[in-house]
Write a protein that binds this ligand. Structure first.
Ligand SMILES: *Cc1c(COP(=O)(O)O)cnc(C)c1O
Length: 221
Protein backbone atom coordinates (compact mmCIF):
# COMPACT_ATOMS: atom_id res chain seq x y z
CA UNK A 1 0.00 0.00 0.00
CA UNK A 2 2.67 2.52 1.01
CA UNK A 3 4.72 1.86 -2.12
CA UNK A 4 1.59 2.13 -4.28
CA UNK A 5 0.54 5.41 -2.67
CA UNK A 6 4.02 6.83 -3.02
CA UNK A 7 4.45 5.86 -6.66
CA UNK A 8 1.00 7.12 -7.50
CA UNK A 9 1.71 10.54 -6.00
CA UNK A 10 5.20 10.69 -7.46
CA UNK A 11 3.95 9.97 -10.95
CA UNK A 12 1.45 12.82 -10.65
CA UNK A 13 4.11 15.39 -9.69
CA UNK A 14 6.04 17.29 -12.31
CA UNK A 15 9.82 16.77 -12.08
CA UNK A 16 10.51 20.20 -10.62
CA UNK A 17 8.45 19.40 -7.51
CA UNK A 18 10.33 17.64 -4.71
CA UNK A 19 8.37 15.20 -2.58
CA UNK A 20 9.09 15.04 1.14
CA UNK A 21 7.53 11.88 2.59
CA UNK A 22 6.28 12.93 6.02
CA UNK A 23 6.81 9.89 8.22
CA UNK A 24 6.24 11.30 11.72
CA UNK A 25 4.79 8.77 14.21
CA UNK A 26 5.26 5.93 11.69
CA UNK A 27 7.51 2.92 12.43
CA UNK A 28 10.79 2.31 10.59
CA UNK A 29 9.21 -0.67 8.79
CA UNK A 30 6.76 1.70 7.11
CA UNK A 31 9.51 4.12 6.14
CA UNK A 32 11.50 1.21 4.69
CA UNK A 33 8.60 0.39 2.39
CA UNK A 34 8.82 3.89 0.99
CA UNK A 35 12.62 3.67 0.87
CA UNK A 36 12.47 0.42 -1.08
CA UNK A 37 10.10 2.09 -3.53
CA UNK A 38 12.78 4.71 -4.16
CA UNK A 39 11.98 7.50 -1.69
CA UNK A 40 15.06 9.19 -0.20
CA UNK A 41 13.66 12.33 1.44
CA UNK A 42 11.76 11.95 4.71
CA UNK A 43 10.22 14.62 6.91
CA UNK A 44 9.85 14.40 10.68
CA UNK A 45 8.54 16.92 13.19
CA UNK A 46 10.28 15.73 16.37
CA UNK A 47 14.05 15.85 16.60
CA UNK A 48 14.45 12.83 18.85
CA UNK A 49 12.25 10.64 16.68
CA UNK A 50 14.13 11.77 13.58
CA UNK A 51 17.50 11.01 15.21
CA UNK A 52 16.37 7.50 16.19
CA UNK A 53 15.20 6.76 12.66
CA UNK A 54 18.39 8.23 11.20
CA UNK A 55 20.44 5.81 13.33
CA UNK A 56 18.43 2.81 12.20
CA UNK A 57 18.02 3.55 8.51
CA UNK A 58 20.24 3.68 5.39
CA UNK A 59 22.59 6.61 5.29
CA UNK A 60 21.64 7.89 1.84
CA UNK A 61 18.39 9.29 3.24
CA UNK A 62 17.96 13.06 3.44
CA UNK A 63 16.22 13.99 6.69
CA UNK A 64 14.08 17.13 6.74
CA UNK A 65 12.96 18.67 10.01
CA UNK A 66 9.51 20.06 9.25
CA UNK A 67 8.27 20.79 12.77
CA UNK A 68 8.78 23.60 15.22
CA UNK A 69 12.34 23.47 16.54
CA UNK A 70 13.33 24.18 20.12
CA UNK A 71 16.73 25.83 20.35
CA UNK A 72 18.00 23.44 23.00
CA UNK A 73 17.44 20.42 20.73
CA UNK A 74 19.24 21.68 17.62
CA UNK A 75 22.44 19.90 18.66
CA UNK A 76 20.81 16.47 18.26
CA UNK A 77 20.06 16.97 14.57
CA UNK A 78 23.03 19.12 13.56
CA UNK A 79 25.25 16.15 12.60
CA UNK A 80 22.89 14.84 9.93
CA UNK A 81 19.82 16.98 9.12
CA UNK A 82 19.68 17.99 5.48
CA UNK A 83 17.03 20.74 5.52
CA UNK A 84 15.28 22.55 8.39
CA UNK A 85 11.89 23.87 7.23
CA UNK A 86 10.60 25.60 10.33
CA UNK A 87 13.07 28.38 11.10
CA UNK A 88 11.15 31.37 12.35
CA UNK A 89 13.61 33.49 14.32
CA UNK A 90 17.12 34.88 14.17
CA UNK A 91 17.78 33.27 17.53
CA UNK A 92 16.98 29.81 16.19
CA UNK A 93 19.01 30.41 13.04
CA UNK A 94 21.96 31.50 15.21
CA UNK A 95 21.78 28.27 17.19
CA UNK A 96 21.63 26.18 14.01
CA UNK A 97 24.64 28.12 12.73
CA UNK A 98 26.53 27.45 15.96
CA UNK A 99 25.79 23.72 16.01
CA UNK A 100 26.48 23.36 12.28
CA UNK A 101 29.88 24.94 12.82
CA UNK A 102 30.68 22.48 15.62
CA UNK A 103 29.95 19.69 13.14
CA UNK A 104 31.92 21.27 10.32
CA UNK A 105 28.78 21.61 8.22
CA UNK A 106 26.63 24.16 6.44
CA UNK A 107 22.94 23.48 7.14
CA UNK A 108 20.28 24.53 4.65
CA UNK A 109 17.24 26.22 6.19
CA UNK A 110 13.84 27.44 5.04
CA UNK A 111 12.34 30.41 6.82
CA UNK A 112 8.81 29.73 7.96
CA UNK A 113 6.25 32.37 7.11
CA UNK A 114 2.94 32.85 8.88
CA UNK A 115 0.29 32.80 6.18
CA UNK A 116 -2.66 31.10 7.88
CA UNK A 117 -5.50 32.75 9.75
CA UNK A 118 -4.97 30.56 12.80
CA UNK A 119 -2.96 32.19 15.55
CA UNK A 120 -1.37 28.88 16.47
CA UNK A 121 0.69 28.36 13.35
CA UNK A 122 4.29 29.47 13.71
CA UNK A 123 6.10 31.78 11.35
CA UNK A 124 7.18 35.29 10.55
CA UNK A 125 5.58 38.09 8.60
CA UNK A 126 7.30 39.78 5.68
CA UNK A 127 8.68 42.58 7.81
CA UNK A 128 10.26 40.17 10.28
CA UNK A 129 11.70 38.22 7.34
CA UNK A 130 13.36 41.32 5.93
CA UNK A 131 14.69 42.38 9.31
CA UNK A 132 16.25 38.98 9.79
CA UNK A 133 17.86 38.95 6.35
CA UNK A 134 19.17 42.50 6.70
CA UNK A 135 20.65 41.99 10.15
CA UNK A 136 24.42 42.00 10.54
CA UNK A 137 24.14 38.88 12.64
CA UNK A 138 22.62 36.94 9.75
CA UNK A 139 25.11 38.31 7.23
CA UNK A 140 27.95 36.97 9.34
CA UNK A 141 26.62 33.43 9.65
CA UNK A 142 28.79 31.05 7.65
CA UNK A 143 27.29 27.70 8.61
CA UNK A 144 23.68 28.17 7.56
CA UNK A 145 22.24 28.86 4.14
CA UNK A 146 18.70 30.18 3.65
CA UNK A 147 17.50 28.24 0.62
CA UNK A 148 13.87 29.29 0.61
CA UNK A 149 10.57 29.63 2.44
CA UNK A 150 8.00 27.34 4.01
CA UNK A 151 4.40 27.93 5.03
CA UNK A 152 1.19 26.22 6.02
CA UNK A 153 -2.26 27.34 4.89
CA UNK A 154 -5.28 27.57 7.16
CA UNK A 155 -6.92 24.21 7.88
CA UNK A 156 -10.18 24.77 6.01
CA UNK A 157 -12.34 23.46 3.18
CA UNK A 158 -12.42 26.92 1.65
CA UNK A 159 -10.22 26.48 -1.42
CA UNK A 160 -10.18 30.15 -2.22
CA UNK A 161 -8.81 30.92 1.22
CA UNK A 162 -6.04 28.35 0.80
CA UNK A 163 -5.24 29.65 -2.67
CA UNK A 164 -5.04 33.20 -1.39
CA UNK A 165 -2.58 32.23 1.35
CA UNK A 166 -0.34 30.17 -0.94
CA UNK A 167 -0.37 32.94 -3.54
CA UNK A 168 0.71 35.41 -0.86
CA UNK A 169 3.61 33.18 0.15
CA UNK A 170 4.61 32.73 -3.49
CA UNK A 171 4.71 36.51 -3.82
CA UNK A 172 7.04 36.85 -0.83
CA UNK A 173 9.21 34.12 -2.34
CA UNK A 174 9.35 36.01 -5.60
CA UNK A 175 10.46 39.18 -3.80
CA UNK A 176 13.12 37.18 -2.03
CA UNK A 177 14.40 35.92 -5.38
CA UNK A 178 14.81 39.50 -6.57
CA UNK A 179 17.32 40.27 -3.82
CA UNK A 180 20.98 39.76 -4.61
CA UNK A 181 22.21 36.32 -3.66
CA UNK A 182 24.91 36.00 -1.04
CA UNK A 183 26.85 33.05 0.35
CA UNK A 184 24.13 32.31 2.86
CA UNK A 185 21.05 33.48 0.92
CA UNK A 186 20.24 31.30 -2.08
CA UNK A 187 16.48 31.05 -2.38
CA UNK A 188 15.45 28.06 -4.51
CA UNK A 189 12.81 26.21 -2.54
CA UNK A 190 9.20 27.07 -1.81
CA UNK A 191 7.92 24.40 0.58
CA UNK A 192 4.14 24.49 0.69
CA UNK A 193 1.43 21.88 0.38
CA UNK A 194 0.39 18.81 2.40
CA UNK A 195 -1.88 15.83 1.65
CA UNK A 196 -5.04 17.93 1.63
CA UNK A 197 -3.83 20.95 -0.32
CA UNK A 198 -0.73 20.12 -2.34
CA UNK A 199 -2.52 20.34 -5.70
CA UNK A 200 -3.45 23.94 -4.93
CA UNK A 201 0.03 24.67 -3.57
CA UNK A 202 1.70 23.48 -6.77
CA UNK A 203 -0.67 25.57 -8.89
CA UNK A 204 0.41 28.55 -6.78
CA UNK A 205 4.12 27.90 -7.34
CA UNK A 206 5.26 25.35 -4.75
CA UNK A 207 8.29 23.26 -5.70
CA UNK A 208 8.43 21.15 -2.54
CA UNK A 209 5.45 19.34 -1.03
CA UNK A 210 5.31 17.64 2.37
CA UNK A 211 2.98 14.66 2.18
CA UNK A 212 2.25 12.29 5.05
CA UNK A 213 -1.14 10.66 5.39
CA UNK A 214 -1.71 10.20 1.65
CA UNK A 215 1.41 8.01 1.60
CA UNK A 216 1.52 6.32 5.02
CA UNK A 217 -2.16 6.42 5.99
CA UNK A 218 -3.78 8.25 8.85
CA UNK A 219 -1.81 8.91 12.00
CA UNK A 220 -3.06 7.96 15.41
CA UNK A 221 -3.98 11.17 17.26
C1 LIG B 1 2.34 16.51 9.47
C2 LIG B 1 2.83 17.57 8.58
C3 LIG B 1 2.70 17.48 7.18
C4 LIG B 1 2.02 16.33 6.48
O1 LIG B 1 0.65 16.32 6.74
P1 LIG B 1 -0.34 15.35 5.96
O2 LIG B 1 -1.64 16.04 6.04
O3 LIG B 1 -0.33 14.05 6.68
O4 LIG B 1 0.17 15.21 4.57
C5 LIG B 1 3.23 18.51 6.41
N1 LIG B 1 3.85 19.56 6.96
C6 LIG B 1 3.99 19.69 8.29
C7 LIG B 1 4.67 20.89 8.83
C8 LIG B 1 3.48 18.71 9.14
O5 LIG B 1 3.63 18.85 10.47
Amino acid sequence: MIADNLLHIKSSLSPHVTLVAVSKTKPVADLMQAYNAGQRIFGENKIQEMAEKWEQMPKDIQWHMIGHVQTNKVKYMAPFVSLVHGVDSLKLLAEINKQAKKNGRVIDCLLQMHIAEEETKFGMDEQELNMLLQSDEFKQMQNVRVTGLMGMATFTDDEEQIRKEFTYLATIFKHLGQQPETLNLKPRTLSMGMSGDYHIAIECGSNMVRIGSSIFGHRAP
